[in-house]
Write a protein that binds this ligand. Structure first.
Ligand code: KE4
Length: 437
């Protein structure tokens, strides 16, 4: 048994001054139970916790670390800027032009980009720009997609009759909620119904082209193609939220895999190389409406700061130079085959979805294609599996509806250890359930 004494003490101390003891809810282990593990160091594919336990890390800070923790060239780039440039001036610098040009060259639909400091800022800004550009007020999002904690996104589908959203958190007003409509992922009819019901009122449709916040649920290609056609026909701004998938599933993001070009794209995570960076961008005619070029306001003290820009530039440069994507696909294939072999031996057939170096093992035997099928997963089984994997030195997302992320630093040794741990953890979980039954 691993000891977590230091983590337990740190958690008690943290809860005295930080709500829930964490700075982002998912980290608190509420969905899997137990005490969150406090980390003290990241090293390649590994995290080391406050008690000195080493884990193979499948969170990677929720996506940024496709190159693994502390890549020497990224560290060197940050150090160089820190020593010879500075951290932030609140004035324009060449570094932000470099990152903007790099992003635009890799994701050509992003003709112009604006740097912000998080994925949430990127998505909040993108819908404001879409509303300003179209003069319309409503947006459509999809059940199961997450776009950060902006008020317009913390909206759940109203009851059947009601298509208008209802707040999904105290503090979100009814006024805000009424402008967010929820459709069903991979269901174009659910979108068409809303567009018919609210003619010329919908400013934007925002979607994760590969769902990464209900586990991993790729959109069907024909669904995205029809969504694109609908938005073009109805003059609705199509926003791809690629905060998670940008530079993760391919250098050109999910849009390059599907061959569907959105009007706006939001990015985050990998673009900052581990430092706080988000960005939104897209069609020039839309982005030219953003202040100070245009009249749609958006601003940020630390937006485009040199330190974060240098981390993002070096990360993207490495991804261009090394093109790790084919190798990451092979690693995903290896992991998937190992997990499926284990499940065959144990007589279970859980749904496993992957895209590039994002993967999710759903504790359901249904095929997961949307939020409804994703939530057929047995989250209690997942919780038991999570802790059994943690005990075996494998750090997964402390929630079923998240993705596993792995990096170029996850080698054969790490993947084989993970497959062995998966076998033992699944067997343990199943045994426990049989005993309870
Ligand atoms: P941030 O504001 O957390 O940088 O980005 C929000 C966001 C926007 N869009 C997508 C598709 C996202 O996945 C996210 C954030 N992802 C979660 C992971 N499920 C961040 C983890 C957390 O909230 O702590």
């Amino acid at each position: 048994m691993l000891t977590h004494q230091q983590s337990a003490q740190l958690f008690e101390r943290a809860k005295r001054t930080i709500p829930g003891g964490v700075n982002s809810p998912v980290r608190a282990f509420k969905s899997v139970g137990g005490t969150p593990v406090f980390m003290k160091q990241g090293d390649g594919a590994y995290l080391i916790d406050a008690d000195g336990n080493r884990y193979i890390d499948y969170i990677g800070s929720w996506g940024p670390f496709i190159l693994g923790h502390s890549h020497p060239r990224v560290v060197a780039a940050i150090e160089k800027t820190l020593k010879h440039v500075g951290t932030s001036f609140g004035a324009p610098t060449e570094l932000e032009i470099e990152l903007a040009e790099l992003v635009s060259s890799l994701m050509p639909s992003m003709q112009m980009v604006r740097m912000v400091n998080s994925g949430t800022e990127a998505t909040m800004s993108a819908i404001r720009v879409a509303r300003g550009f179209t003069g319309r007020e409503k947006i459509i999002k999809f059940e199961g997609c997450y776009h950060g904690h902006g008020d317009s996104f913390l909206i759940k589908a109203g009851s059947g009759a009601l298509t208008l959203g209802v707040p999904d958190s105290p503090g979100v007003t009814k006024g805000t909620a009424q402008d967010t409509l929820n459709a069903d992922y991979n269901d174009i009819e659910s979108v068409k119904r809303l567009v018919r019901e609210y003619p010329n009122q919908i400013a934007a449709i925002i979607i994760e082209p590969i769902g990464g916040n209900m586990g991993v649920v790729p959109a069907r290609k024909e669904f995205l193609v029809e969504l694109r056609e609908l938005c073009t026909k109805e003059n609705i701004v199509l926003i791809f939220d690629e905060v998670m998938t940008g530079f993760r599933v391919a250098l050109g993001g999910a849009q390059s895999i599907y061959g569907v070009m959105p009007d706006l794209t939001t990015l985050g995570k990998i673009i900052g190389g581990g430092l706080p960076v988000g960005c939104y961008g897209g069609r020039r005619d839309i982005m030219q409406r953003v202040a100070p070029a245009g009249d749609i306001y958006q601003a940020g003290t630390l937006s485009g700061n040199p330190l974060a820009m240098s981390a993002g530039i070096e990360t993207l440069r490495l991804l261009v130079e090394e093109n790790p994507y084919p190798d990451l696909e092979k690693k995903a294939e290896f992991l998937e085959q190992g997990f499926r072999e284990n499940m065959r031996e144990l007589g279970v057939n859980y749904c496993l979805k992957k895209q590039g170096s994002m993967m999710c093992l759903f504790f359901t035997e249904q095929d997961v294609v949307d939020f409804k099928t994703a939530t057929s997963s047995n989250t209690k089984h997942y919780a038991a599996y999570f802790h059994a994997m943690l005990e075996r030195g494998v750090y997964l997302a402390p929630a079923q509806y998240e993705a596993m992320f792995f990096s170029i630093r996850h080698g054969e040794k790490e993947l084989e250890h993970t497959i062995r741990a998966n076998r033992e953890a699944l067997e343990l979980t199943l045994k426990r359930e049989l005993q309870k039954a």
